[in-house]
Design a protein around this ligand. Structure first.
Ligand code: SAH
Length: 240
């Protein structure tokens, strides 16, 4: 289970935090770290704060975009200190770990953490199935990045301990994030073509549609059917 879960850090400012995250992960037996456009990396502060977990830093994948970082994942979870106006289904670290004890046995999973100063943007949460929120003092709810990663990894580690008791559900492979993105582009185009949305005023409706399809977790085969319907509704116009 833990081997299929990657921690993704988006545009981290302080290299020391990246090192502290590597340490937090190694403590909890997690190995897969992806950095999206880190401000400064590699850096001596990262190595110093990793404190013996520097092999995780050496093995970290560095990507230019979040889309690239999660392209092969079938489950993406975004960690945020703030609730949002359009609510995503929220989970606590414990609920998240309970869920992943099953799902991460046969799916690639990404847990995405935001910038120290501004967190994750809504368009980044649009790529996520769940919003992970660590319950805490509502008047002071923003944890240090590495502290947040530590708590989440601890719950994953605890849940991994009793995963032998759980039975993996053998299902059709779920569509990955890259396939979902192509579907959303196609959906947007088809809805524009049939005059349902105006391309410049479609953000809110597309966000709601994403929520529906993210909740449904379609398989690749199911996406093919949906895209076939879209193509027909466009008058058989071919779409990438
Ligand atoms: N000031 C930012 C928070 C930055 S903390 C904001 O207002 O959003 C850096 C990252 O740590 C966040 O993006 C989030 O991924 C994680 N984090 C911090 N506190 C959290 C909490 N209470 N629940 C879930 N994630 C949290």
């Amino acid at each position: 289970m833990l081997a299929n879960i990657r921690i993704v850090l988006v545009e981290t400012s302080h290299p020391g935090n990246i090192g502290a995250v590597a340490r937090a992960m190694k403590n909890m037996n997690m190995t897969s770290l992806t950095l999206v456009a880190p401000k400064i990396f590699p850096h001596a502060d990262a190595t110093a704060r990793a404190s013996g977990a520097d092999e995780l830093l050496a093995a970290a994948t560095v990507c230019a975009t979040l889309q690239e970082a999660i392209a092969d994942c079938q489950m993406v979870i975004g960690a945020s200190a703030r609730s949002r106006t359009i609510s995503w289904p929220e989970v606590t670290p414990r609920e998240c770990a309970g869920l992943l004890a099953i799902e991460a046995q046969y799916k690639q999973v990404a847990i995405v953490f935001g910038r120290e100063n501004s967190g994750l943007k809504n368009h980044e949460l649009d790529l996520c199935r769940y919003l992970l929120k660590i319950p805490c003092n509502p008047a002071y709810s923003s944890l240090n990045l590495a502290a947040a990663v530590q708590l989440v990894c601890y719950e994953l580690f605890m849940a991994a301990g009793d995963q032998a008791d759980r039975v993996a559900i053998d299902t059709e492979p779920q569509a990955n994030a890259a396939q979902m993105e192509l579907f959303y582009q196609h959906l947007h185009q088809a809805l524009t073509d049939i005059g349902f949305i105006h391309p410049d005023k479609s953000r809110s409706i597309m966000r709601r549609l994403r929520r529906i399809y993210n909740r449904a977790q379609p398989s690749s085969k199911e996406l093919d059917i949906l895209r076939g319907i879209l193509t027909m509704s466009q008058g058989n116009k071919k779409n990438g």
